[in-house]
Design a protein around this ligand. Structure first.
Ligand code: GAP
Length: 440
């Protein structure tokens, strides 16, 4: 009978991340900090690969992409202009009995019922809670020097629009991309990396003419769909959700979410928004600095329209883990395997000596291959089966075994993670072989 692979639950993903050193709860030895995580070696590598894949994916034939690394702290007026001071709020309610705080609009609590924590029904009024982290800059703490940790990377792009356009001598349409940290004081961070207080975003602000903006919006929808296909996500779990008028954010003309089917339901992975001229007009108004472009041909000035694509690194990290996690049977054993696309797998391949006796020549081969790609591993501990399982669990696409015949035939055995199939490959053909499998 064919064995049906088992897909992941949130608990299994959390446990794997901790066991293998992908993710650690921050300050765990001090009791942790809710909604904030540290990433270990494999987590760091997976994040880097995700970011690299995203950066490559936004290249396109319509216009140039420039890159910005904006500051994390932003001044009060900037966040007033963007609408975050007035609108970036979630409704919050407290249990007067146990003092536990809940978001009132995401199904965490039913205010007609008792508190899910203490079982008593004694709610405060629902009030608005601003999600930005506020701080004071400088030594004087008289309330005049407020700054905020950015809740999205987008605004540093808008305030630098003119700088980016002139210094790069950019022609419309063009994009400004940014990968960087954002901070939101979420009332109830939840589902591990899904809703965090400190997270990283990959945002592209695409500046174009009003007349072409709807076509550009459609272009980016399709372009982003192809990205998820290219990193191997199961497209049956992806759907597009076009926002109704009531769902639209204050700045949006139209918006579509790319949603993924998590074990806890279809949820937003990425947002694609036609932001109109809202951002540049607001910053022009609040700063008094003109952010329009001047068109020589028509001798007219106008404000470009923005189409934005925005996805969280951490949310995509969680998505690829859910998507890649399987428990199946191989060689008569149940194994946990991450069937990650080779382009994002943190470790590209591992090298093993069949037995300890062969460690020296196998290690020499490993050192040579490490010069081609540093993200490979050498393992001599335990049976070959155990060593395969270790690599399967972290998503390593291939394992190379140096055996007794290798001395004579100058070849090794390369085993495929997903099928377990083994091929005999000449040592001097290892690199082209791995390249042909998109591993290198
Ligand atoms: N500039 C537009 C913007 O920030 P958003 O829908 O609030 O829009 C964009 O966020 C993406 O950032 C989301 O689709 C999600 O992938 C990620 N994101 C937002 N809030 C997050 C949080 N608290 N934790 C993790 N990722 C988050």
């Amino acid at each position: 009978m064919e064995h049906k692979p088992t897909a992941a639950s949130l608990d299994k993903i959390i446990s794997l991340c901790k066991r293998k050193g992908f993710v650690f709860q921050t300050a765990e030895i001090y009791g942790g900090l809710n909604g904030v995580y540290d990433f270990g070696h494999l987590g760091y590598l997976l994040r880097e690969n995700i970011k690299k894949a995203w950066k490559n994916s936004i290249e396109n034939d319509l216009g140039e992409i420039y890159t910005l690394e904006g500051s994390l702290l932003g001044v009060h007026k900037m966040w007033q202009a963007s609408g975050h001071i007035d609108n970036f709020n979630d409704p919050m309610v407290d249990c007067k009995n146990c003092k536990k705080r809940f978001r009132a609009d995401d199904g965490s609590v039913d205010l007609n019922k008792s508190c899910p924590d203490c079982g008593i029904k004694n709610w405060t009024e629902v009030r608005s809670f601003n999600l930005m982290f506020k701080t004071e800059v400088g030594a004087v703490s008289d309330g005049t020097n407020h700054a905020y940790l950015r809740p999205e990377t987008a605004q540093t792009i808008f305030i630098n629009f003119k700088n980016m356009m002139t210094t790069n001598r950019a022609k419309l349409p063009f994009g400004v991309a940014q990968i960087g940290k954002s901070f939101r004081n979420e009332i109830t961070p939840k589902q591990f990396l899904f809703r965090l207080r400190e997270f990283e975003q990959m945002e592209l602000e695409w500046f174009c003419k009003e007349e072409t903006s709807m076509d550009m919006f459609q272009f980016w929808l399709e372009h982003r769909r192809k990205f998820y296909q290219s990193i191997g996500l199961n497209m049956d779990k992806i759907r597009f959700h076009a926002h109704s008028k009531e769902e639209l954010a204050h700045y949006s003309v139209c918006c579509t979410d790319i949603e993924y089917e998590f074990p806890f339901g279809f949820k937003e992975l990425e947002g694609i928004a036609h932001r109109g001229t809202f951002d540049l007009s607001q910053h022009t108004q609040f700063s008094g600095k003109d952010l329009q472009v001047f068109e020589e041909a028509t001798k007219s000035s106008w404000t470009p329209v923005v189409v934005e694509t925005s996805v969280g690194v951490d949310r995509l990290f969680l998505t690829v883990l859910f998507d890649a996690y399987y428990e199946d049977e191989m060689d008569g054993e149940t194994r946990v395997v991450l069937k990650l696309h080779p382009s994002i797998a943190p470790i590209k391949f591992a090298v093993f000596p069949l037995v300890k006796k062969l460690e020296e020549p196998a290690y020499a081969l490993f050192k040579t291959l490490k010069k081609i790609n540093p993200n490979i591993q050498f393992d001599v501990t335990g049976s070959i089966g155990k060593r395969y399982r270790r690599q399967d669990e972290i998503g390593t696409p291939a394992c190379i075994t140096y055996d007794f015949e290798s001395e004579q035939d100058h070849a090794v055995t390369i085993r495929d993670r997903d099928t377990g199939k083994q091929e005999r490959i000449a040592i001097d053909k290892i690199i082209p072989y791995l390249q042909s499998k998109n591993i290198l």
